[in-house]
Design a binder for this molecule. Structure first.
Ligand SMILES: Cc1cc2nc3c(=O)[nH]c(=O)nc-3n(C[C@H](O)[C@H](O)[C@H](O)COP(=O)(O)OP(=O)(O)OC[C@H]3O[C@@H](n4cnc5c(N)ncnc54)[C@H](O)[C@@H]3O)c2cc1C
Length: 431
């Protein structure tokens, strides 16, 4: 086996970049991650993610982390309730693993060899998933607080030069992987496409230490998720974290249908001004709820208004479904950078983890066969991108269909029929 390994840079320490680094590390192939955040906890890490057996869990297994994932995932996180906007409960399920205790699951850690994938949609907090991946890497792999400002071809070579915002630039790389999310800069090397507004905006709001602070919210949300649908509106509640530290989160979604993202003032039915809306102000939240969810049943409005932490208005953007580009030697993308999609099918992170797996397999193949010259790496990237375009295109189309389906008059009934069949996530068809 050749010991020649290409110099690999990964831009971004999100789930996609970390997963790629973790699988490479597990196979003794070094790489360097440049991440603009100063640390893993530099900003709020967002909510719960479901990691599917046919995709995300395959990548975790390739990194030798499936056992640790089993020990970290949230027990009961798969519990799900679906309701109409009038409060009628249409579906309630406890998820697959409610009978297991955390100790049972810890015992299974040693059974990684059995490599059993967990069925359904096991949930893990985003921060826990990132911690799991970061802990699998050597400390020197991630360069925190290093924003990449440009990636430039090195003249008369197949290598690339990365420039950082502190003015420094490391020695050139044979392979640069843009794992820098939906607003990727690396993408500009491959395509001019930019994300566009999907027509959906939501108010993202939390209540921390939910059991202690807001037992009514805790009881309503349950151990997993609670979804409510009405025409052009949806409320998605979810539990995050564990035990006394558990939080609850809600995305209060509005389908605006507009081509460009509306201002916060427009969403509140106000004249646009320079003065920013302060969502921490209860009056602004009350106005949002009354304007968009005024005819929803009173209890759910009370629940929503008793969630007061970290309110942020988020416009959902997406890349065109089925985006492709002509392959370019030495540079490629994984995750949202390649195929940003809305969260309505809950697959984005799983697609990112599969990208990481397939690209890692390509790199490992090149290293093991000693085919690490620029030409061989270029062929490997073409093959990776061909597979990634086909796979992510399907998931992006499914996500777009799921988004349209979830803002219909009868969305709750239709979603109940789809989810109630008990199919695995990849078998779901949103029509
Ligand atoms: C509200 C919401 C809910 C979601 N829920 C789910 C779900 O339930 N299930 C699911 O599968 N998916 C879900 N997703 C999608 C999922 O979050 C993304 O698909 C996933 O995070 C993509 O990972 P990534 O590594 O490609 O990108 P990101 O997570 O965006 O990570 C990109 C990283 O690159 C860094 N970076 C960016 N630019 C630079 C630069 N110039 N230099 C250095 N570093 C840089 C960023 O700081 C960041 O750390 C959701 C998304 C949203 C918005």
């Amino acid at each position: 086996m050749s010991t020649i390994t290409p110099r690999i840079a990964i831009i971004g320490a999100g789930p996609g970049g970390l997963m790629l680094a973790s699988i490479l590390h597990h196979n003794d192939i070094p790489c360097t991650i440049y991440e603009r955040d100063s640390s893993a906890v530099a900003r709020s890490q967002g909510g719960s993610l479901d990691i599917h057996g046919y995709s995300g869990q395959q990548a975790l297994k390739a990194a030798g982390l499936l056992g640790k994932f089993r020990a970290t995932m949230r027990i009961g996180g798969q519990a799900m309730k679906m309701m109409n906007k009038d409060g009628t409960v249409l579906f309630e399920g406890d998820g697959e693993r409610k009978e297991e205790t955390r100790e049972d699951i810890r015992d299974q850690e040693d059974e990684e060899a059995t490599s059993k994938f967990i069925k359904g949609r096991p949930e893990i907090d985003r921060s826990a998933l990132k911690d799991l991946l970061i802990s699998s890497l050597s400390a020197k792999t991630i360069h925190w607080g290093k924003k990449v400002t440009s990636v430039l071809p090195v003249p008369d070579s197949k290598q690339w030069r990365i420039e950082l915002d502190d003015g420094s630039h490391p020695a050139p790389f044979d392979l640069v992987v843009g794992a820098d999310g939906g607003w990727s800069r690396t993408r500009a090397l491959l395509t001019d496409q930019q994300p566009f507004y999907s027509g959906v905006t939501f108010l993202d709001i939390w209540v921390h230490k939910v059991d202690e602070v807001a037992p009514n919210v805790s009881a309503f949300v349950g151990l997993g998720s609670c979804f409510l649908w009405g025409k052009d509106r949806a409320l998605f509640f979810q539990r995050n974290g564990q035990g006394n530290e558990a939080d609850a989160r809600c995305y209060a979604c509005v389908k605006t249908g507009s081509k460009t993202a509306p201002s916060a003032h427009t969403l509140l039915g106000e004249q646009d001004t320079e003065v920013e809306i302060d969502w921490a102000n209860a009056r602004a939240r009350e106005k949002y709820v009354e304007r968009h969810f005024g005819d929803w049943y009173p209890e759910v409005k009370r629940i929503l208004l008793s969630m007061t932490d970290e309110p942020v208005l988020r416009h959902m953007y997406m890349l065109p479904v089925g985006l492709t580009w002509e392959s370019r030697p030495g540079v490629t993308l994984v995750g949202d950078a390649a195929h940003l999609m809305t969260p309505f099918a809950g697959v984005g992170v799983n697609v990112a983890l599969m990208d990481a797996l397939e690209l890692a397999q390509g790199i490992i193949g090149c290293v093991r066969t000693g085919s690490t010259d620029g030409e061989s790496l270029a062929v490997m990237l073409q093959q990776y991108e061909k597979g990634m375009f086909a796979r992510s295109g399907k998931e992006a189309a499914k996500t777009e269909a799921a988004m349209h389906l979830q803002f219909q008059e009868d969305s709750a009934e239709r979603m109940k029929k789809i989810i109630g069949k008990g199919l695995q996530p990849h078998e779901l068809v949103f029509e």
